[in-house]
Write a protein that binds this ligand. Structure first.
Ligand code: MN3
Length: 254
């Protein structure tokens, strides 16, 4: 669906239309999955990453492992997607099973451990699903449309946004993520640092773009030069896909 058509549909404010449009926009990102609106007509930002029972599914990439080689080498992409992300999917699902068993037996002796595992693996699954969907071979440049206007409003300009985003991601202490998020209460874009994939949340945000700064995301090519990796990452961000998320969230939730 052409971008202008999608934007026109967004302006109608019809959630069903937004859901359909986003589904079309994201369908390529989850090629093996059906990315339709949810039953209630809402927007499914993570179509293909969860099944009908709410269990995690490893989303397929819509490009080859070598498609973003100008920023991330193919071996890193393959290990990251097939092993690391699959591990978070497995951890999320096995934790759901363990929690169900705990309820069944009314034995919550491990609840603290299981609660932490749920957040860690659930966070990892969500952020990696977002990551694969928002990068690609056609990335780079700057956003347009409503997202561009919001970035200008909330950061001054795309250049100052990029400067803050790359600095925030580059300076995460240890393993973590740099995130561009939409805050549902403030109704503004913010940049967050996340430690691991679950800490420092504000609990009222929807992630729109994330750069993984765990060493497994970049070490083969960049070693300790995380800043170089983050700057290269900006050239594989497919902004129309980030903008589709922004449009969907703001249309559906203000
Ligand atoms: Mn990772």
């Amino acid at each position: 669906m052409p971008d202008f058509t999608r934007r026109e549909m967004m302006r109608t404010g019809a959630l069903a239309a937004a859901g359909l449009a986003l589904g079309a926009g994201l369908a390529k990102g989850v090629a093996a999955q059906d990315s339709m609106p949810t039953a209630g007509g809402g927007v499914d930002l993570f179509a293909g990453a969860f099944d009908d029972e709410g269990r995690g599914v490893l989303p397929s990439l819509r490009y080859g492992f070598d498609a973003v080689d100008r920023a991330i080498d193919a071996q890193t992409m393959e290990i990251h997607h097939d092993r690391h992300h699959q591990g978070y999917v497995n951890g999320f699902n096995s934790t759901l099973d363990a929690l169900a068993a705990a309820r069944e037996s009314n034995d919550f002796a491990s609840i603290e451990h299981l609660s932490k595992k749920l957040t860690f693996h659930g966070g990892g699954h969500v952020l990696h699903s977002l990551l694969w969907d928002t990068i690609g071979p056609d990335g780079g440049g700057a956003p347009s449309g409503a997202l561009a206007e919001a970035i200008a409003r909330d950061f001054g300009s795309f250049e100052t946004f990029s400067a803050q985003f790359t600095q925030a991601a580059g300076s995460v202490e240890g393993s973590g993520w740099g995130l561009l998020v939409y805050h549902l209460g403030a109704k503004r874009l913010l940049i967050q640092q996340v430690q691991n994939q679950n800490l420092l949340s504000m609990h009222a945000t929807v992630p729109l773009l994330g750069v993984d700064v765990w060493e497994h995301a970049y070490y083969l090519r960049y070693q300790n030069r995380r800043g170089d990796y983050v700057r290269a990452f900006m050239d594989i961000v497919e902004w129309p896909r980030v903008a589709a998320r922004y449009d969907a969230v703001t249309t559906a939730l203000g």
